[in-house]
Design a protein around this ligand. Structure first.
Ligand SMILES: Cc1cc2nc3c(=O)[nH]c(=O)nc-3n(C[C@H](O)[C@H](O)[C@H](O)COP(=O)(O)OP(=O)(O)OC[C@H]3O[C@@H](n4cnc5c(N)ncnc54)[C@H](O)[C@@H]3O)c2cc1C
Length: 423
């Protein structure tokens, strides 16, 4: 019978990690096995926001990694962030998504906010007391979020901003204490100059949570439709200067994409582990499945892709930590890791055969999903549904491919041709 706490893991051997990073990974992994994994089935069943675990992540200091020491962070950087992202996502992707959105709601406050907001919000964020959300996407504004945005921020006679409009697909929206919000402050200029970013709190008058969406997977993650009806934001809550919204948005996307890619490595790893375990134990034609090339080559391909994905993630993380431009490598890491995570989940499910398709029934006593014979169900269908999301968020993989090709032409200094060369 499969006991997940004794589940054989596919360890990470990485020469790109320093001794300190390897130790940190061990520490995060031990915490995940003790605190997160035993809760993963319950969270899936209850579809509840993982507030307790979120708080415990704060107690472990996992929110501090991306903040400087000057404000109470540990300044470990994005590479450590990718270790947290991979290890926790391995057991519970929705928890990482909640962490991720809180971090990337807070980084604009840290970089562009007033001293009073840094002091008011960031200590609570770093402790895991405050949940954050990023309010950008709208019904008309998805991939073309800057160009198609409709939400407005009009100045009143005090210089405060009156917000009207709607936002949708906002992760943590119904749970969040603080939000970073993007809205149009000037319609008369090109859109990328007319957007501004703000911070606001959940109890601001005129802010309405319309409802949460039901999701295909990643249960526990709350994703919200929200509306602003003359919501007043004090002028002090403007981040940076008016018109800096597009800059503030682009400033954090490379880090967000790199962490999304790291989370996908965790999911791909889990899929490989389940597939390898099953291929080893399941006999057909008097042999374990692993003896058949059609099965073991699939495992080899998954392992190759995971290694490649993790290297891209580290390359992106090291680029960001070195203060260099990571827009291309961040996009490449995100595209590759999210694509291969879904592929690994798909292939692992196939290797598990019929058992891969079974969710199991939730057993209240053990708080786990079980098959009719009492055996623990594989969580592979959950990984399959969960990983399907990642090629849509933090920039769809189509939009990121557009970004990558643009960088290729730019790096080669190839200007758009006016006419065809006649050779
Ligand atoms: C679970 C979940 C969580 C999310 N969390 C947040 C959040 O916290 N905050 C937030 O602000 N947003 C969030 N989003 C929104 C997410 O960023 C958008 O869904 C995403 O940007 C795509 O927008 P869209 O869904 O409107 O798709 P669309 O933009 O309508 O695109 C539909 C399809 O067309 C493709 N497409 C669009 N334009 C082009 C083009 N020019 N060339 C080729 N293909 C194109 C897209 O790649 C996609 O495949 C979340 C979404 C989901 C599903």
């Amino acid at each position: 019978m499969l006991n997940l706490s004794e589940f054989p893991d596919y360890p990470v051997f990485n020469v790109l990690e320093s001794d300190a990073e390897r130790e940190f990974r061990k520490e995060v992994r031990a915490w995940v096995l003790k605190e997160v994994l035993p809760e993963a089935d319950r969270l899936e069943h209850e579809k509840a926001f993982p507030r307790d675990l979120f708080k415990k992540m704060g107690e472990k200091g996992y929110f501090k990694a991306l903040f400087p020491k000057s404000i109470g962070g540990t300044e470990l950087g994005i590479k450590y962030g990718t270790i947290i992202g991979e290890e926790i996502s391995w057991a519970c992707r929705p928890l990482v998504a909640a962490w991720d959105c809180t971090i990337f709601c807070s980084i604009p406050i840290m970089r562009f906010g007033k001293e009073e907001h840094i002091k008011k919000f960031l200590p609570g964020v770093m402790k895991g007391d405050l949940v954050g959300a990023i309010a950008m996407t709208e019904p008309p504004a998805g991939s073309d979020v800057i160009g198609s945005m409709k939400c407005t921020a009009e100045k009143d006679s005090n210089g405060d901003y009156i917000i009207n409009g709607e936002k949708r697909f906002i992760t943590n929206g119904s749970q969040a204490d603080i939000f970073t919000l993007w809205a149009i402050t000037d319609k008369s200029v090109p859109r990328h100059q007319g957007l501004s970013a703000f911070v606001f709190e959940k109890d601001f008058d005129g802010f309405e949570i319309v409802d949460d969406f039901e999701l295909m997977g990643n249960y526990g993650l709350q994703n919200t439709y929200m509306r602003f009806n003359n919501m007043r934001i004090p002028k002090e809550n403007l981040l940076g200067k008016e018109g800096m919204g597009a800059h503030i948005l682009l400033d954090e996307l490379d880090s967000e994409r790199t962490l999304a890619a790291a989370g996908s490595c965790g999911n791909a790893r889990n899929a490989i582990e389940i597939a390898a375990h099953h291929a080893n134990k399941r006999f057909q034609f008097n042999k374990p499945l692993r003896y058949f090339e059609a099965i073991n080559f699939k495992l080899a391909d998954m392992a190759i892709k995971l290694e490649a994905a993790r290297h891209l993630v580290y390359q992106a993380a090291c680029t960001i930590d070195a203060g260099l431009n990571a827009s291309k490598i961040g996009a490449i890491a995100k595209i590759f890791a999210t694509d291969i995570a879904f592929e690994c989940a798909h292939v692992a499910l196939q290797i598990c055969g019929g058992l891969g398709y079974m969710k199991g029934k939730y057993d209240e006593e053990t708080k786990t999903y079980r098959n009719p014979n009492g055996s623990r169900a594989y969580p592979i269908e959950r990984i399959f549904r969960g990983t399907r999301l990642s090629s849509i968020t933090a920039g769809t993989n189509e939009i990121l491919r557009f970004l990558v090709q643009r960088e290729v032409f730019k790096e080669m200094n190839l200007k758009k041709s006016g006419e065809s060369i006649d050779w």
